[in-house]
Write a new protein. Structure first.
Ligand code: OGA
Ligand code: MN
Length: 217
């Protein structure tokens, strides 16, 4: 089997620099075509295959003893082990490693690792408005969501609704979960929710973490 070539490096560096600058200036960033279409397709096929083999689990809330709360979130997830991934999924983690280093170089956030899961939202599934940090912990610092859905149209719903100004909940940005789009934001500051969709919706969501709690939240 032939392996997918990595994204062109200078192009990836430029994209990572753009994301880091947007994080610094406005706290969030939406990037289209973050990876080449064939890599996105291979990740989607990997996710669909894992789904068919029953590898996904009902998603939980909080840390430690995860509580399944289908009135808050009704997606199913598969946690990924970056060190054990290959092919297109490994190419994704390599690109995110470039992003981690760029953010650390430009924003001094001291991000040291990345945890990530694939998520499937069956038609009608949702994730109500929330913040990604657990109560009493600000280790999760930067959220990324990467979308895998081919031919996604506005009428399919499933938007990520990002509350772009914490002081004004009326200011929202709805992002379509279209294949290749990467959304990045500061985990402790931006509320967001996943609106229900009429189609199955696939995403790869992850968090860059700090090693130690920051003194102020
Ligand atoms: C999450 C989340 C957003 C998405 O898993 O915390 O908000 O668009 N996901 O999948
Ligand atoms: Mn979230």
């Amino acid at each position: 089997m032939h392996t997918t070539p990595p994204a062109h490096h200078s192009e990836l560096d430029t994209t990572c620099h753009h994301i880091a600058s947007q994080l610094a200036s406005q706290g969030w960033c939406v990037t289209g075509d973050f990876l080449a279409a064939d890599i996105v397709r291979d990740i989607r096929e990997y996710a669909q295959h894992a789904w068919r083999t029953g590898a996904f689990r009902q998603a939980g809330i909080g840390q430690g003893k995860l509580e399944v709360q289908p009135d808050i979130r009704s997606d199913q997830v598969l946690w990924l082990e970056p060190a054990q991934c290959d092919g297109a999924v490994a190419a994704y983690f390599a690109a995110l490693e470039c992003l981690r280093q760029t953010i650390n170089r430009e924003l001094y956030l001291g991000l040291f690792d990345y945890e990530a899961h694939l998520a499937i939202y069956a038609p009608g599934s949702f994730y109500k408005k929330h913040l990604d940090q657990f109560r009493g912990s600000n280790l999760r610092t930067v959220t990324t969501t990467f979308y895998l859905n081919a031919d996604w149209q506005p009428q399919h719903g499933g938007q990520l609704r990002l509350y772009t100004h914490s002081e004004d909940p009326a200011r929202q940005l709805d992002v379509l979960p279209a294949a290749g789009t990467l959304v990045t934001f500061l985990s402790g500051e931006y509320y967001h929710e996943v609106l229900p969709a009429t189609r199955e919706r696939l995403s790869l969501t992850g968090w860059f973490r700090r090693r130690e709690m920051a003194s102020t939240v």
